[in-house]
Design a protein around this ligand. Structure first.
Ligand code: ATP
Ligand code: MG
Length: 240
């Protein structure tokens, strides 16, 4: 595969010698959407924080376009194109929508208008403080703020947190379009498993920090029992 992001034997966690996620392998192609699934406490957020450079790696390697990325160096990692949309969205709530976007903007990079093409609903809200937006609008802004950084890999933690399912159903196709139009790969952590599998090309299921299942999203969607057993920690038999 022509991998954009490659992780090999990655260990992630908070205390040296006690990794939360172990032996994580993943190769992601440009424009590909990966659903990262698993029960509460499986290590999904820990893994995304590590991929975004916000936690020091505890072992293994990660590379972006074959160039090694050193976890724990958040600014350098973000500059290299791994951009996180955290589960709390981390907006500047007192600042306007426009300021939230322009502060994240890179010189000669995407513009506010580029972002508004993906999220036209924000056009009328540019002068409003981010804190008074609706939950769905805030999530659009969080995605827009990631987009304006011209990500190579977009790491999205629980887009649906606190949002009504109907709003999530509206937002997720935009994530797909972002991947298609910009060529960025997306790693999407999502509790709405059905919606995530509809959107993703492939899925990876983490349980207790280990990958217990991975494969085409369509295969997992077609066999809910497979996913259910994986959540219970049962590994499927190796194909013969
Ligand atoms: N700051 C921290 N310091 C130490 N341990 C932590 C910290 N944050 C999380 N953990 C532990 O790491 C493990 C994985 O947590 P993580 O938040 O990555 O899971 P998750 O899969 O994102 O769960 P959820 O679906 O609930 O968001 C848990 O056992 C948790 O207690
Ligand atoms: Mg989490």
């Amino acid at each position: 595969m022509n991998a954009l992001l490659a992780c090999e034997g990655l260990a992630a966690g908070y205390t040296r010698g006690r990794p939360v996620v172990r032996a994580f392998d993943l190769e992601v192609a440009p424009g590909e959407v990966i659903a990262l699934l698993g029960p509460n406490g499986a290590g999904k957020t820990t893994l995304l924080l590590t991929l975004a450079g916000l936690l020091p790696g505890l072992g293994g390697t990660m590379a972006l376009e074959c160039r090694e990325v050193r976890p724990g160096r958040a600014r350098a990692v973000a500059r290299s194109g791994l951009v996180l949309v955290p589960d709390d969205r981390a907006l500047f709530t007192q600042l306007t929508v426009r300021d939230n976007l322009t502060l994240a903007r890179r010189r000669r990079g995407s513009t506010v208008d580029d972002v508004l093409n993906f999220f036209p609903a924000l056009r009328k809200r540019l002068k409003v403080a981010a804190g008074v937006l609706s939950g769905g609008e805030q999530q659009m802004l969080a995605l827009g703020r990631a987009l304006i950084q011209d990500p190579r890999v977009l790491l999205i933690d629980e887009l649906s947190m606190g949002l009504a399912p109907v709003i999530v159903e509206e937002l997720l196709p935009t994530v797909r379009r972002m991947a298609e139009v910009t060529g960025a790969a997306v790693v999407l952590v999502e509790q709405h498993v059905r919606l995530a599998l509809e959107l993703a090309d492939r899925a990876v299921v983490l349980v207790h920090g280990e990958t217990v299942l991975s494969g085409p999203a369509s295969r997992l969607a077609a066999d809910p029992g497979l996913l259910e057993r994986a959540y219970l920690g049962e590994r499927p038999p190796e194909p013969a």
